[in-house]
Design a protein around this ligand. Sequence first.
Ligand code: RIB
Length: 299
Amino acid sequence: MIAVVGSLNLDLVAPVPRHPVPGETVLGGDIAQHPGGKGANQAVAAARLGAGVSFVGRVGDDDAGQVMTDAVGGQGVDITHVRTTAGTATGRAMIAVSPAGENSIIVSPGANSRLGAADCEAAADVLRRAAVTVLQQEVPDEANHAAARLAGGTVLYNPAPVTPGTTPPPYVDLLVPNRTELAALTGTDVPRTTDEVVTAARRLRGAGAVVVTLGGDGVLLLEGTAHLHLPAFRVRPTDTTAAGDCFCGALAVALSEGRPLTEAVRWASAAAALSTTRAGAQSSLPARDEVEEFLSRQK
Ligand code: RIB
């Protein structure tokens, strides 16, 4: 079983011809509303890939909260530990997507910001039993630190989004940043070349292994003194929203099945590549047979 501690957001998505610069208004296309939130996306990704998943999070007592619990619960995720917070709005995200599939996102955390150590302690039994516990940064540090402390299995920490002042849990088994998050965690410039990524990732302390997601440049895996670069699968992206979430959820599934890390990373990369070919967050997440079929077509 996989435990995910994290955010639930209802996403409002608009296509834009290009992303606006400060002070500029651009006219976009038709608005769509999708279930999202990094935590919820990771949980649904894992459930679609066949894992048993329990979620720890908070929604507000509004319509969006009902939409989110229906969406996540409807995908087979156990929502016993999703609490409704009275007098608070559910998390929302405003997302602009360019023709190249690149997104920019503003998150209004709402009830996600109320998640605390007590929520994780109430779910202690789930966290102790989980083969993998997945964490991100759209909920307070207090919740992530408590979850990491209570987790009985592998702790996968995805430091997304980069949030000034956030402290990662003191120890995680697997840290999964992208380039920007790696730069924020290490206080370096955003690394561009493979050598720069390796140098920056080696500065990280308190993680067993580091998996740096590089978008179209693939993934860099560092374990001990060794590192390995896995190239990206070639796809034509339409919307990269939730690709990182899909990667983390899929990686958790593969690790919970006892697969070696390199194989797990390749499988997760395939799932994430597929997710970029579809619009939206949870709407883009592939089923297990789709990932297997995609991989069978690769040389
Ligand atoms: O990673 C994508 C997610 O980031 C979106 O679903 C949005 O809710 C924000 O949390």
